[in-house]
Design a protein around this ligand. Sequence first.
Ligand code: NAD
Length: 550
Amino acid sequence: MSREIKAKKGLEIECKGWEQEAVLRMLYNNLDPEVAEHPDKLVVYGGIGKAARNWESFDAIVETLRRLESDETMLVQSGKPVAVFKTHEEAPRVLLSNSVLVPKWANWEHFHELDKKGLMMYGQMTAGSWIYIGSQGIVQGTYETFAELANQHFDGSLKGTITLTAGLGGMGGAQPLAVTMNDGVVIGVDVDPSRIEKRIETKYCDIMTDSLDEALEKAEEAKKAGKPLAIGLVGNAAEVHHEILNRGFKIDIITDQTSAHDPLNGYVPEGYSLEEADKLRESDPKKYVKLSSASMKKHVEAMLLFQEKGAVAFDYGNNIRQVAFDEGLEKAFNFPGFVPAYIRPLFCEGKGPFRFAALSGDPKDIERADQLMRELFPEDEKLMRWLDMATEKIAFQGLPSRIAWLGYGERAKMGLALNELVRNGEITAPIVIGRDHLDSGSVASPNRETESMKDGSDAVGDWAILNALVNTAAGGSWISVHHGGGVGMGYSLHAGMVVVADGSERADRRLGRVLTTDPGMGVARHADAGYNIAIDTAKEKNVDIPMLKE
Ligand code: NAD
């Protein structure tokens, strides 16, 4: 059954309060065709990251939200509403748990069995926790990553460099824009032309071609001219990358964002058209996984060869190194993940992807919020530059929204100030504030956010659980616990947080608490692991950590 869900805008609400309405609107927003990758299948992004288990569950969630009282809490188990309990007005309206498997069974095989029986759904990160805002959600993080890479390797700019990557899907589609925002040239390979078309439509990518010759020629021309250019090249990365190597073409930066975390649904094996791949996936899933894993090994081999030839190589959070390693490529982890390489110092300060959406649907509300950010943090040059570029280059998808990386103290300040603007009518309807799970204190993911932790605590999952618990206690509006997002089953535990600024005094209390506990967990987690930046941040900002190291 195919259905079309559109983001809901305007000031009229169908629920019993704005908080419940906020949940409903963000669920709709996740599935708006402008926002989601395959909304007809309830798939939002990231392979098979879904918003609800099936359409029946979707309808039941909507119905329940319409009748949910302001002192009740709905429980959602992997995309299906399973209970409503009376709680209290400052408790979350919704609690979600997505794809959580008991560790011994925490693998894709077991997940797929349960998924087939209708007992589970893959929630990815913001798909199943209803705070996906389209590709913008990842643009600033991707921009920050490439900016830091430019600082470390290219004197602060990517001008005159060529980046090669693959996967221009929901998240990966941010790569071309992030590279050109840093003045570089990028070739993004995707096997599915419709994905590249979507990036062209939203202006994330400049041109599209299925000719490797043309892509290389245009890239070289732009590089020589020192001009930014994003080229979407239709092709299979496992093949194209080797072809580029064979031609001796120089690549300066190599990374990847195919959905390698999910070998059955996220990666197309070499030699297969999209239709052939779809057929094989259905008829012989085991063979499919074997072939796609072998292609990923070849893909990583090419990445390593580019690295040997002098390219800066990094893993972009899709677990492709692990697949290649399991296929026998011992050197697969010779290039680092992006978090230890570029992002961790930010995490130590509790910095992470603070995002918000205007429930009115009015872009003017986001304009006012952008202005507010300029007033509150004028000394943050990176943020100011980001806001300039975002205003100019980011086309809104679904509800108008914004992302801005903010740290401990800053998030609470911004949240409370937004609430004030809702209260005094400068912003016309409530604002939803949340984040990706790729954040400082919400993820345990040894091949990504917690790779190579200083104290070896990469696989300690307690932190993600504590994050969800404390944010629930602090009164977030909807809080979630997930397994397997980003890097796939067995490799991560993580938590989501969303809180609504409806202009009320109650919202002041909840925002103030949650936007402190949430980034505070990031500071505490990294201070505990012995990072000096986190220890200094904790001391400077009075984060109470009982056994803080001197
Ligand atoms: P997606 O499923 O929407 O897109 C994946 C893309 O890869 C698709 O467009 C697909 O056509 C393409 N693809 C598959 N096989 C290919 C091949 N052999 N050659 C070329 N293209 C191929 O996923 P997404 O939301 O863009 O996420 C991509 C990956 O990044 C996921 O593994 C996700 O978990 C991870 N991720 C990373 C971050 C981050 O910050 N780095 C954040 C979230 C997710």
